[in-house]
Design a protein around this ligand. Sequence first.
Ligand code: NAP
Length: 642
Amino acid sequence: MRNPHAGEPFDTSDEEIAEALLDVSVPTLLLSLVHMSGDPSIIRGRLRPAGLFLNEVQGYMTEEDKEEARALALEVIRDYRDRGCPEPEPISPELLHEMMTWLVCEDVPEEYVPLLLEEMELDGRDARRVEPVGDAADRAAFPVVVIGCGQSGLLAGIRLQEAGIPFTIVEKNAGVGGTWWENSYPGARVDVGNHFYCYSFEPSDHWTEYFARQPELQRYFQSVMDKHGIGPHVRWETEVLGTTWDEDSATWSVRTRAVDGTEEVLTARAVISAVGQLNRPNVPEIEGADTFAGPAFHSARWDHGVDLVGKRVAMIGAGASGFQIAPTIAPDVAQLTVFQRTAQWMFPNPNYHATVGPGVRWALRHLPFYGRWYRFLILWPGCDKGLEAARVDPDYPDQQTAVSEMNELTRQMFTDWIVGQVGDDPELIAKVVPDYPATGKRTLQDNGAWLGALTRDNVELVRTGIDHIEPDAVVTVDGERYPADVLVYATGFQATKVLAPMAIIGRDGVDLRELWGERPAAYLGIIVPGFPNFFCMYGPGTNLAHGGSLIFHSECQMRYITQCIEAIIAGGHRTMEPLVERYEDWHERSQRELRGLVWAQPSIRHSFFKNSAGEIHVLSPWRLVDYWTWTRSPDLDDFVLG
Ligand code: NAP
């Protein structure tokens, strides 16, 4: 069978090919030519990218060089087409490493190569798929309940199905997608490039935008679900209330409640929580909020029945969601007042709202491994570099606004980007330039839309605290009254309350929420002692603020979880849980690392990463390559197998 990433054969005319090449990433194209021709000299000459920056996919090549590269490409592609588009011969590991280094203009350390090759699947093999082992009848007698059908729950279903393990997914919404089902607010789109923000094993040639909007993302998850036949395993509009471990039968009793109020108990040998961390809206308690006369709703519960045209809208909160909402609704509303407690750092991404041209889609579909190298090009700049930039240099003076020299340079670059857009408006500059270290909260990507919206006549940014809400206005602590017809809470999620509000009751009746308090932890972010056969995806300590993508993390976690389940079944065991010392050591080391990273800086007063004591338990402080290595396969010495 042809390698699925080798591209579909084509008979496109020379003219159409030449037209398509005008759209594509030229450095990525040159690597595809190496596959087509088998000739590495293509990347050993003068034509090469000159530098690397996240989402800068032309590698800063000059127009002349790009033109020359396209002319060369036309020749190679024409020859490849005329030969009938044969599947390219595999490329040696040494040359693949050279191609990686060439594309990103820097050494790609040896330790990353296996991760990257796996992520790119150049051999056409889905290496994260766990093949069934052991007896089929034993697997069939090991039902698993998955909580949630977002990106991680859907993935769990796909992997369990491949492993021949029966499963039921319980999803509180009426459809697949999780966050991409719920967050339908105007302007909702992903800010990790979609050719990387998609499953590694599912093709990515269909995106219409580089950073797709919510409907397209939801459709993607729907299509993956349909393709893999996962839908029949899902109980829609059904919420998991809690789950209780029974030692005698070594099962979990999962209590569910359907939308019609019917309650049921599902019995499972293992439970996988795939509920995410950004699931339960945070609506701050503001005096008088319940007296507001007009429509009021949270960004993740957008009321599409409310027509905003000509209305005065007050939006409380402006993090990642508000940042997308404001520019989208500003042209329609009479007045938009944005109440922002903390200014946000942002950096330029010219592709943020760009559409994927037909030429790129043609290349993704037909040019061997073009899409795979493009995936690498989007992944690599956010692969662990952000973590180094987030590290606090204890000797760096004045930790208030920067935590290291590199962090200071980042602050200057981000500040230049912000100030350059605002122009000569010192009042607005004072409001929009953050006073805490760069990347200290989740950094936003920008193409000018946010500040463009703030400079509109009908938009006002208010940085003064809110005192109370009246039936038709928001009133700030300085007594200023801001009239409003509609109130939008873009105030984020209860991210630190991991797995809330479910009651997870483990061995000896221990309630996981009580055990955790405000300090949730799991070994590798996945599994907790005393809660046998209970696994988390996107659990405590696994949110990513430094790069990568949550889909990447989910794929690591689910491979690990599937292998754990296989180990229980094939070993004839009943239970699996981590050694207490492994769990404690993991949490302690994670905490030590986190304390040395910018997100923990005390100058960052408000952050959904922090608990009320200012500690961080939800984020990963680890390099992607380390997490990938640790989760490649479970070391049974880390566990108690009962
Ligand atoms: P968020 O980033 O936590 O922002 C919440 C906003 O509400 C902040 O401005 C926050 O102010 C404010 N706020 C919260 N409580 C408040 C209070 N009591 N009084 C006044 N202001 C208050 O939430 P979000 O924008 O929904 O984003 C959450 C996460 O979802 C993101 O970090 C990201 O991981 C994800 N997300 C991603 C995308 C994307 O990929 N494009 C889009 C949306 C969301 P402070 O900053 O002062 O706390």
